[in-house]
Write a protein of this length. Structure first.
Lengths: 393, 254, 153
């Protein structure tokens, strides 16, 4: 059989989950990570990262709106997908995730963004005409009370939401990890570490994404980069990456040491079919190099220009590395046979429903949505700080 | 060589009784109304299967019968049941050579190298109808379930085609039907066993290597089978509660 | 500056929106979930009779014996006693429900036998097997062996 090496169970010839299912944890990971960065400022009062606060929230929203789309394209019967909400099987991680997603979207993100932006929304409502006026009026729920006491209320509620939001973000991406980690049939996936590894790699990818977006938006707006801000973000990226790296090393060392029945098959797979994506892209270029660059920038004080270049390079490599990690988990977990005696191949097509083209479109779409959101609800506009509602007073 | 008279009479007697009840059942089968079939109470049954590796000759009749009975696609590489051939070198026990050409549909060709020192045997495989099924556990909507009589079934009109259950099955017995875009797998010929017939694979197995078992029936030969043989299930460490009991299952079987 | 009632208006409206959403969801649930869902377990009870309703393609040997008792009797005396009719003759439910209209195709008197009896080192040693090219290079197996009660002759 073409593409098969050794023995596979007959039904294992074709992979079940395609590149779209690689996209899905990558996208939800960016959401969780962006939110954690935003909450650094809100809850832990890390003032330096304020310039990215609103940008991070809008980015999280843009990505979260796109997250269900790869899943819909993948389903055999997308028209039945509502069944997950109507008759969810409470023992199924996938079903319960639907509610975690809904909770996070509606209660955490949408509410928090609304509360933070409400003053600006009302001001825009008062100042606009025509369709814009209708839109902003609806967004304000036709209440134009932006008195100090009302805004203080918003601030307190917003803060409470962020406090709830942090464990919710952990739950959001930890759950995706659990969807894989709870499958005892698949030894590449089945580990209690999976939710935590997913979570920390999500945080890393989200922080890196906001870092890069901040550079891009400053460049587009022709505004100087706030160096203390990006220095702080890079610092947190470094710390998060250290934890993520340690966790992944722990998993690897554990596997090598225990060398259970699946080890030989998995080891062979990593050294052959997964070599480029795992060793080269994920570990060396995607983890070790950015870690070295970021670590270096913590030890040595470089010039501003050097630091900026370093951060952009490290951030880009990080994003590539985390995408490779998702690929290695999802695709890697299906390349070997559950008989541990053989391997199959992933034939990714281009212009089919689950091919590369829709994957590329789905990766571009969140940035388009972000563009629209930035237009509607500019993250900056009050001068330096861009603090939003909660900075008043 | 003639059978002795006692066996002959016994066989004929059994046939006559079977024939009588089959005649009644057959009319209802033709009518296509299961409610009129002799009262089938699901809670009276607990279905499994006895598979005897020592009897399997790898002829592939079961694979062909299953595809015919259950309209399993031929073109797509998908199987509700299949047969594997194991070639085990006792010196390299942990790494058997296994093959399943077209799932065993056309049987197996003679091996080119006939080394008498190697251990060889066939293993028929199918859905294990697990009592603690991991595939049922992960289905997000309840489109696969274990019936009251112990058969893991698929609700094709409800399945989303998310493929989570295919990932969760340790035995590789599930697949996506490319025509309906829903999941499909061995249903233990539920449409047959609830009408007093046996499964297509058990019916056509020429050596009696596959025999349907009703564990709640105290007269079922499965009880003697389990008592008198060294029996094993596939991947016992997964604790799936598999009800396919294999006699002669070698430790090298995956 | 203590908040007045009017400061809560926008929050109340948002809460109202959520309430509307949850209600809509509950109504949708009531409308769309199949009535027989969840009776026996987390599934649609109707799926059980759905699975029972497939067409029968293999009749089962008890049905064949109803008309062909003579063959069954012959078989009962020989080594093929446990081989079901449809193992060799293929699926016969169509023939059983329309015996004259649906005549089954006679199995190939060589290939059918070879599919089980061709020698293969992987088969159990006790199973009767021959190398077809050496045993009988051509011709029908039925020429020497009465297939329903195979004799060595």
């Amino acid at each position: 059989m073409p593409g098969v090496e050794g023995f596979i169970y007959p039904n294992e010839l074709e992979l079940q989950w395609s590149v779209l299912i690689v996209l899905y944890p990558f996208i939800t990971g960016l959401v969780a990570g962006a939110f954690i960065l935003a909450s650094l400022e809100r809850v832990f009062n890390v003032q330096a990262v304020k310039p990215t606060y609103r940008l991070a929230l809008l980015t999280a929203l843009a990505f979260l709106l796109v997250a269900p789309l790869p899943l819909q394209l993948h389903l055999g019967h997308p028209e039945r997908s509502l069944e997950m909400y109507l008759t969810p099987h409470t023992q199924s991680a996938m079903a319960m995730f639907g509610f975690v997603y809904l909770w996070y979207l509606m209660v955490v993100l949408v509410l928090e963004i609304w509360l933070d932006y409400r003053r600006d929304i009302v001001l825009k409502w008062r100042a606009s005409t025509g369709i814009s006026r209708l839109l902003y009026g609806a967004m304000a729920l036709w209440s134009d009370n932006i008195s100090e006491s009302a805004l203080k209320l918003d601030d307190r509620l917003g803060r409470a939401l962020t406090v709830i939001g942090i464990p919710s973000a952990f739950l959001l991406h930890g759950y995706v990890g659990f969807i894989f980690g709870s499958i005892k049939a698949n030894p590449w996936w089945s580990t209690p570490l999976m939710p935590i590894v997913f979570l920390f790699s999500a945080i890393v990818s989200g922080i890196a994404c906001i870092l890069l977006l901040y550079f891009v938006t400053c460049w587009l707006r022709r505004v100087p980069v706030d160096m203390p801000c990006v220095d702080t973000i890079a610092k947190y990226l470094y710390y998060a990456f250290l934890v993520d790296f340690s966790l992944e090393m722990l998993d690897l060392i554990h596997r090598l040491y225990e060398a259970d029945e699946s080890f030989r098959a998995l080891d062979f797979m990593v050294k052959t079919r997964l070599f480029t994506s795992q060793i080269v892209l994920q570990i060396v270029l995607g983890t070790l190099v950015p870690l070295a660059l970021l670590g270096l920038s913590q030890l040595v004080t470089f010039r501003e220009k050097t630091r900026r270049a370093l951060y952009v390079l490290a951030g880009s490599l990080t994003l590539m590395g985390i995408f490779a990690m998702r690929w290695n988990v999802v695709i890697g977990g299906q390349l070997f046979s559950k008989s541990f005696l053989g391997y199959t191949t992933y034939k990714m097509e281009f212009a089919t429903r689950e091919g590369l083209l829709p994957a590329i479109v789905l990766m571009i779409l969140p940035f388009v949505i972000l563009g629209v959101l930035i237009r509607l609800l500019p993250p900056w506009g009050h001068g330096e700080g861009d603090r939003g509602t909660h900075a008043q007073g | 060589m003639d059978q002795d008279r006692r066996t002959f009479l016994g066989q004929t007697g059994k046939l006559l009784v079977l024939t009588a009840s089959a005649a009644i059942a057959w009319e209802h089968v033709l009518a296509g109304r299961p409610e009129e079939a002799p009262n089938y109470r699901a809670t009276d049954h607990w279905w499994g299967m006895a598979v005897d590796i020592e009897k399997c000759i790898g002829c592939g009749t079961c694979v062909r019968a299953c595809k015919t009975e259950n309209d399993v696609p031929h073109e797509a590489f998908t199987f509700r049941t299949w047969v594997e051939r194991y070639v085990v070198d006792p010196a390299d026990y942990e790494h058997p050579k296994v093959e399943s050409p077209n799932g065993g549909y056309d049987g197996f060709h003679e091996r080119e190298v006939r080394d008498p020192n190697l251990k060889m045997f066939y293993v028929p495989k199918l859905c294990n109808h697990c009592a603690h099924s991991p595939c049922v556990q992960v289905c997000p909507v309840g489109a696969t379930f274990e019936s009251q009589d112990g058969v893991v079934l698929v609700d094709k009109s409800y399945c989303l085609g998310c493929r989570y259950c295919v990932q969760a099955c340790p035995y590789g017995c599930r697949f996506i039907d490319p025509r309906t875009h829903t999941v499909d797998k061995c249903s233990l010929c539920y449409h047959r066993i609830t009408k007093g017939l046996t499964t297509a694979c058990c019916e056509t197995c020429p050596t009696g290597a596959r025999v349907l078992a009703d564990l709640k029936d105290k007269n079922d030969p499965i009880h003697a089978f389990l008592r008198e043989h060294k029996v094993q299930v596939l991947k016992p460490q997964m604790a799936t509660g598999s009800k396919m009991y294999y006699n002669g299952l070698d430790g090298s079987v995956r | 500056m203590k908040p007045r009632a009017s400061d809560y208006v926008h929050l109340v409206r948002m809460a109202g929106l959520f309430a509307v959403g949850i209600t809509a969801f509950l109504v949708l649930r009531w409308l769309m979930v199949p009535a027989d869902f969840g009776e026996l377990g987390h599934y649609r009870t109707g799926a059980v009779p759905d699975n029972m309703a497939r067409p029968i393609v293999y009749a089962g040997q008890a049905v064949c014996v109803e008309c062909h008792a003579d063959v069954a009797e012959l078989r009962a005396r020989g080594k093929h006693v446990r081989v079901a009719c449809e193992s060799c003759h293929g699926a016969l439910a169509a023939h059983a429900s329309n015996p004259d209209g649906q005549k089954p195709v006679r199995p190939d008197p060589r290939r059918t036998c070879i599919s089980c009896h061709s020698a293969n080192i992987s088969k159990p040693k006790s199973f009767p097997q021959v190398v077809p090219e050496e045993h009988a290079p051509e011709g029908s197996c039925a020429a020497c062996h009465a297939v329903h009660n195979p004799k060595i002759s």
